[in-house]
Design a binder for this molecule. Structure first.
Ligand code: F6R
Length: 608
């Protein structure tokens, strides 16, 4: 989720690029950088941290003159948020500069091949591979060199490329990451998204998958991956800056809910190949992971719920006893931790103080520590022995959504990995699970189609004062998660329960004004959740069920059914989370709440 801006025209590039970068910081703030072709020489300036650091740095440097350039704000995925890893990246002989958004899944293979041809790497990023590759393939035609290079790339990318020998050309290319061309008056632009170019032009042309653009001051040419000419189809942007940053969504939260297919794809793809699993960034030796006899997951809020889902997978697949602890309580107990314990900190921000203190405590007591985190180089991954990153991209809405589902994906992939290491799961048994995991982005995409239906339900029930959420097994933690989302966004009281617990007390709350949201997808406890729903229905409670298509048994019990695609039970919480998130969102909107910034809450909780 990095931000890209490029300019080619008659005027100075630097002010236009810096102005574009100022409107892209919501796409990443790990580093900022720019490249300008200054009197025939490629000049790069980049700084870790927020854009202000780059701006301060530039004040101390000689002016960057030139009429073609690229800028970048980084959300780190491969390599920490350092100056070395900041974009733009230069090719070996400094003839090509590249900025990139996305993940190159085959970067290790390409790196090995380029190394063998004498290329030296200056960073740990996947992006640098692209710069070297383009230089290697360049024979005088920039567009052709980029075309041949991107045909060798796997994964997702939106790239901007500048050539030392071509002072009036920028090349852009994309696959699975958005990229657009801004059409100005005698000047043209390249951008990851519209806000970057809005002050300069409102005429933009979005590139299609695998298209490339050659951008000159006087015009733009688009070709496909085979080199065939493609039409340039400009549209007029009518939104203002704020809604453009949200890509037309009214809130960041809704944008992030809808980003989940992409976030999950980026998190899962490249790690599974149906045969086995790869965690390239995890440098804990397999024998140490295998030696763990106990697992302790520490986390807060939504991240803890992801840990609770994963507990089922760790115990069922890897047969390893797993405890999930709220980090805020963990170190005030006297946790039984030893050298045979693997402690996993789950955290979107990587900065939550409670989680940091808990994982430090586990480490001090001898545990092997691992972070599952969304922010590369954050404090918690640095405090741990190893890390696996979720590739959700920046989460701006305070309520966690895409971080949650990607945390479940990573933890369950880890469960499969551990199970394979421990010999509790054969390769043949792992295969359908990995296939189910690979199917999750599409299932989540389909689940998003319930949005209109959920919105209508939200309007109908937004005046209720209390809600109950129930689920079983893998979907039991989603009852907590659904309730938490509703509480924090709408300020309505809500509780989550395992369906079987209702008869031990909470059933007394049920009457004909009381809605219960039941996650009732098919799985091992399907009959059980149906019995729990029956208990509620018999007492006149309002049942809103999340179920698989054409489920007559659920339909017979529930007043409303929200359908989501059927998947393997293990991966279903990532799919059923979607209607839960949407229900909370739409109820909050119906009540006029500040969805992206709920009262009393902050995105990163860096105090105990
Ligand atoms: C709820 C939410 C919080 C966070 C919690 C942990 O929507 O976002 O409950 O999950 O504060 O934050 P991280 O994951 O950054 O450690």
């Amino acid at each position: 989720m990095c931000g890209i801006i490029g300019y080619v025209g008659p005027g100075p590039a630097t002010p236009q690029i810096l102005s574009g970068l100022q409107r892209l910081d919501y796409r990443g703030y790990d580093s900022a950088g720019l490249v300008v072709l200054d009197h025939g020489r490629i000049r790069v300036e980049k700084m870790p941290g927020k854009l202000e650091h780059l701006l301060d740095h530039l004040k101390k440097m000689p002016e960057m003159n030139g009429c073609v350039g690229l800028g970048h704000t980084r959300w780190a995925t491969h390599g920490g948020p350092t100056q070395r890893n900041a974009h733009p990246h230069l090719s070996h002989r400094a003839s090509v500069a590249v900025v990139h958004n996305g993940i190159i899944e085959n970067h290790e293979t390409l790196r090995r091949r380029l190394r063998a041809r004498g290329y030296r790497f200056a960073s740990e990023t996947d992006t640098e591979v692209i710069a070297h590759l383009i230089e290697d393939l360049y024979r005088g035609n920039p567009l052709e060199a980029v075309r041949r290079a991107v045909n060798l790339l796997e994964g997702s990318f939106a790239i901007g490329v500048l050539f030392r020998d071509h002072p009036d050309v920028l090349i852009g290319a994309r696959l699975n990451s958005p990229l657009l061309v801004g059409l100005g008056d005698g000047a043209n632009y390249l951008a990851s998204d519209a806000p970057a170019v809005l002050p300069f032009t409102r005429r933009v042309a979005y590139l299609e998958e695998r298209e490339l653009a050659e951008i000159r001051p006087g015009g733009v040419r688009v070709i496909d991956a085979e080199g065939r000419e493609r039409p340039v189809r400009p549209i007029q942007i009518k939104w203002d800056f704020a809604s453009a940053a949200k890509e037309g969504y009214p809130h960041f939260m809704l944008k992030e809910v809808f980003e989940q297919p992409r976030a999950l794809r980026d998190t899962i793809r490249g790690r599974t190949n149906r045969q086995d699993l790869h965690f390239p960034e995890l440098d804990i030796p397999a024998r140490r992971l295998k030696a763990a006899r106990r697992l302790v997951i520490v986390a807060c809020g939504t991240a803890a719920h992801a840990g609770m889902v994963a507990k089922y997978a760790f115990e069922e697949l890897a047969r390893i006893p797993t405890e999930v602890c709220f980090a805020s309580e963990f170190r005030y107990g006297d946790p039984v931790i030893g050298r045979d314990t693997l402690a996993i900190a789950v955290t979107q921000s990587g900065e939550t103080m409670d989680t940091l203190c808990a994982i430090r405590e586990a480490k001090a007591r001898g545990a092997l520590t691992l972070a599952v985190c969304n922010v590369v180089g954050a404090t918690i991954p640095r405090a741990c022995d190893g890390v696996v990153y979720t590739h959700a991209g920046p989460e701006i809405g305070v309520a966690s959504t895409k971080a949650y589902t990607t945390q479940i994906a990573v933890l369950e992939l880890l469960a499969v990995r551990l199970a394979r290491l421990r010999g509790t799961l054969s390769r043949a048994e792992a295969r359908p699970l990995l296939r189910a995991m690979e199917g999750v982005p599409l299932a989540v995409q389909e689940a998003l189609e319930c949005d209109g239906h959920v919105k209508r339900l939200a309007r109908r029930y937004s005046r209720c004062r209390n809600f109950m959420y129930i689920g079983r097994r893998y979907n039991f933690p989603n009852a907590y998660e659904g309730a938490l989302k509703l509480k924090e966004l709408s300020y309505i009281h809500a509780e989550g329960y395992g369906g079987g617990e209702m008869k031990h007390g909470p059933l007394a709350l049920v009457d004909d004004t009381f809605p219960t949201v039941a996650v009732a997808v098919r799985g091992r406890a399907y009959d059980k959740i149906l019995s729990n729903m029956k208990e509620i229905e018999a007492r006149g409670g309002i049942l809103i069920a999340i179920a698989n298509p054409r489920d007559a048994r659920v339909k017979a019990l529930a007043r409303h059914v929200i359908e989501v695609p059927e998947t393997a039970e293990m991966v279903s919480p990532m799919v059923t989370a979607v209607p839960l998130q949407l229900l909370a969102y739409h109820i909050a909107v119906a009540l006029g709440r500040d969805v992206d910034k709920p009262r009393n809450l902050a995105k990163a909780v860096t105090v105990e």
